[in-house]
Design a protein around this ligand. Structure first.
Ligand code: GRF
Length: 196
């Protein structure tokens, strides 16, 4: 059984979709062992509780020093919790903080992320808005391995979706969401079937 740990900061719809696919036996040989969340009010926490998935809340705001995140201390606290779960993979699903090189290098080719563009296009924040601003007619989503460079690691799965006239960040994001779920489920399936 491959052990997947999820990190999320918000709605948690990707997390919920993966958890549900596992419970419906659509992803054999996989289990979600826990959720690490950095926001107390994140809906992802409710999604976890409804599914009896253990939640560890490590509130990033508690690590603010003069308004700046003490990333080393925050991540060390997360890592202490994460190691206890002994995950095979860590899934970033709407996790809104950038991981340090130290963190990423502890889990080489074991951390995945979902990004709302066809990488390498439109890296970073507001990827959908970037695509709209560029007057692109096609964008999509990408599940990729996380490396120390932001939104840069090897691609595992991509799905494309046309941008319609009049689309906003919100309308496009809403239409893209089911494709994100499908892409992430496909990626998790690939990993859970891999030999190592
Ligand atoms: C998704 O749009 C994903 O592409 C981005 O954050 C969002 C997470 O959504 N990285 P959810 O919390 O899984 O609903």
């Amino acid at each position: 059984m491959k052990r997947f740990l999820v990190m999320a900061s918000g709605r948690g719809s990707n997390f919920a979709a993966i958890a549900d696919a596992i419970s419906k036996n659509q992803i054999p040989n996989a289990e979600i062992v826990g959720l690490i969340c950095n926001k107390k009010k994140a809906f992802a926490i409710q999604e976890a509780e409804q599914r009896n998935i253990p939640v560890i809340l490590v509130e990033s705001r508690r690590f603010l020093e003069n308004g700046t995140l003490n990333r080393a201390k925050y991540e060390e606290t997360c890592l202490t919790e994460i190691r206890k779960f002994k995950p095979d993979y860590i899934l970033l699903a709407g996790y809104m903080l950038v991981l340090s090189e130290k963190f990423v290098l502890e889990f080489p080719n074991q951390i995945l992320n979902i990004h709302p563009s066809l990488l390498p296009k439109y890296k970073g924040m507001h990827a959908i808005q970037q695509a709209l601003d560029a007057k692109a007619t096609l964008s999509g989503c990408t599940v990729h391995f996380v490396t120390p460079l932001l939104d840069d690691g090897p691609i595992i799965c991509q799905k494309s979706l046309e941008i319609l006239v009049g689309d906003t960040e919100e309308s496009y994001g809403a239409r893209l969401r089911p494709l994100e779920h499908a892409a992430y489920i496909e990626a998790v399936k690939k990993l859970s079937q891999s030999a190592n």
